[in-house]
Design a protein around this ligand. Sequence first.
Ligand SMILES: Cc1ncc(COP(=O)(O)O)c(C=O)c1O
Length: 420
Amino acid sequence: MSRADSSPGFARRGPDLTCDGVSLSALAEQHGTPLFVYSAARIRSQLAAVRSAFAAVTHRVHYAVKANSNLSILQLLASEGAGFDIVSGGELERLDAAGVSAKDAVFAGVGKTEAEMRAALAADILLFNVESAGELELIEQVATAMGTVARVALRLNPDIDAGVHKHVTTGTGRNKFGVDLEEAARLVRRAQESTALDLCGYHVHLGSTLRSPEPYLASLDKLLEFLDQSLIHAGGIRYLDLGGGFGVPYRPDDPDLDLPALGSAVAERLEGRNLTVLLEPGRFLVAEAGCLLTRVQFVKRSRARRYAVVDAGMSELIRPCLYDAWHAIEPVATREGSPQEFDVVGPICESGDFLGLGRPLVAPQRGDLLAVLAAGAYGSSMSSNYNSRGRAAEVLVDGTRATIIRRREPIADLWRLELP
Ligand SMILES: Cc1ncc(COP(=O)(O)O)c(C=O)c1O
């Protein structure tokens, strides 16, 4: 469970795990498993923590929709005043479907299509985070054709290794994201010549699961140096988008990212500059606010291992398989006895289909309910139908109310678009 035991979210009442006091066993009974359960109070408190850490800086929080794109989560964050960070036309449409404003959205991604650009301009998004010369040209063409001006920020690739898993590092010279500083200088001049482009900011996003302020500060220093070297355009620059990537403690001994220290150091560096900082946290806002409930189907032994085969797997939570990620796994109702190590594996026909290996569990039995913690980010949003499985249902707990915010996907929907 979270180390910050006073935080809202998942805590025990006696032997039973609850979400803000609501029984997880009861939710599983009512809605079935696999089931994602989220704490609205925890999402709010995580957002408050970001705001408090950056209180000394003029800033805006743009939630990274990809972390968990459920419409109710988007509505919750919008009602708390957050903007959004999107990476596709689909995410833009989600904002519309949720009835939240796209005017506070920033749009990143290396492969934006012309249609996506048109839709984003029509929705009057705050800005495009531009990732290449080709993209800048195309945005200019689309904006010109629409008789409008596109606000753009250049995504700089500062060539900084954030020291995270190779699949979630994005700011090194070997990653596809952003433009290097030489190319950026050329693109700045190019943007300034255009009447259809308003170059209003710079963007960096180093990667995900960062646990120390240093890489952020190193990239901010590079960004400011770049800004100061290109004095000619400094007048138009109003935004510095520092990206997201704030890590959360998945393991009990993971170091916390010291957000208040990061916020103070950013404030110090930006003193006297008339700039608004944009932040794009995804994981930090929702990861610890969510858990994945799953039932033990079978317990089995091989010569080498003990297994608890559960009804959730890589189709609900691909992070362990994709990133070697570690999630705490706890029984929803504790049982007396001494724990033994079990591999908690899913039903999918892949050896990579596991939720946790070598986990201490006390005599798990068929029907037991397990909670995979910190599963609110990149769980449901990365889920798939692999092995023709319907995607899981989702419940949002807000105070004493537990509301279903996504129904379990009916199996017949899986082939609805197929033409036999
Ligand atoms: C441009 C951008 N911003 C923000 C994020 C959010 O990252 P995190 O969820 O780790 O905060 C991502 C994640 O991939 C991203 O690509």
